[in-house]
Write a protein that binds this ligand. Structure first.
Ligand SMILES: [Zn+2]
Length: 198
């Protein structure tokens, strides 16, 4: 029987995505056994992130600095902008540097069912970034879901008239496929074979 403190920790961990009660119990036992090498570093890392957590006011990525590390990375190509639904999609595309440009996170996708309208997403800020100029290509990297594609169509309409090349991921992506779940090979292929929005 664990104390209320240990129970509370186990329950908090069990609520994390990908964990459940069983893995949470194992993690807690491990943390308690390895107080100096596991528990203390984890605590410090959590505190540092918690103290500095911020949302990038340029691209809406989550980071501990604003503007975020991607927006300030001088090695990235300013002329390429990739639009994604969620931060998890940005992180998926950013793993192993699949995309050399900058990003813009919409914060969701249009959904009649869930009542998510254009004004609920970071679309005006996207148009503002494109209107400022200096961007040659905007890649619409929405998920291969009905709502993702509806969102891409809507964005394509709003971006019409800007002097940019508008492309989208080649959907050799499985239908219903969410970027976050794709392996890097499939993602890289979808990016390389990206095609103009028709
Ligand atoms: Zn940013």
């Amino acid at each position: 029987m664990a104390s209320p403190e240990i129970d509370a920790l186990t329950q908090a961990l069990a609520r994390l995505p990908g964990l459940g009660p069983r893995s949470a119990r194992r993690a807690v036992l491990h943390l308690m056994k390895k107080r100096d090498t596991a528990l203390a570093p984890l605590l410090r890392a959590l505190e540092r992130v918690n103290d500095n957590l911020s949302i990038c006011t340029t691209c809406f990525n989550v980071d501990t600095v604003d503007p975020c590390g991607i927006c300030t990375d001088p090695r990235r190509d300013d002329r390429l902008l990739c639009v994604v639904e969620e931060v998890s999609d940005l992180w998926a595309l950013d793993r192993s540097r699949l995309f050399p440009g900058r990003f813009h996170v919409l914060g969701g996708r249009l959904s009649a069912l869930e009542g998510i309208r254009p004004e609920d997403l970071n679309i005006d800020t996207l148009l503002g970034r494109v209107a400022k100029g200096g961007i040659d290509e905007v890649v619409l990297a929405m998920n291969a879901t009905l709502e993702g594609q509806t969102t891409a169509h809507y964005l394509a309409e709003r971006l019409e008239g800007f002097p940019i090349r508008l492309t989208q991921l080649a959907h050799g992506l499985p239908v219903g496929g969410e970027l976050d779940y794709l392996d890097e090979g499939t993602l890289a292929q979808a990016l390389r074979a990206r095609r103009p929005v028709s």
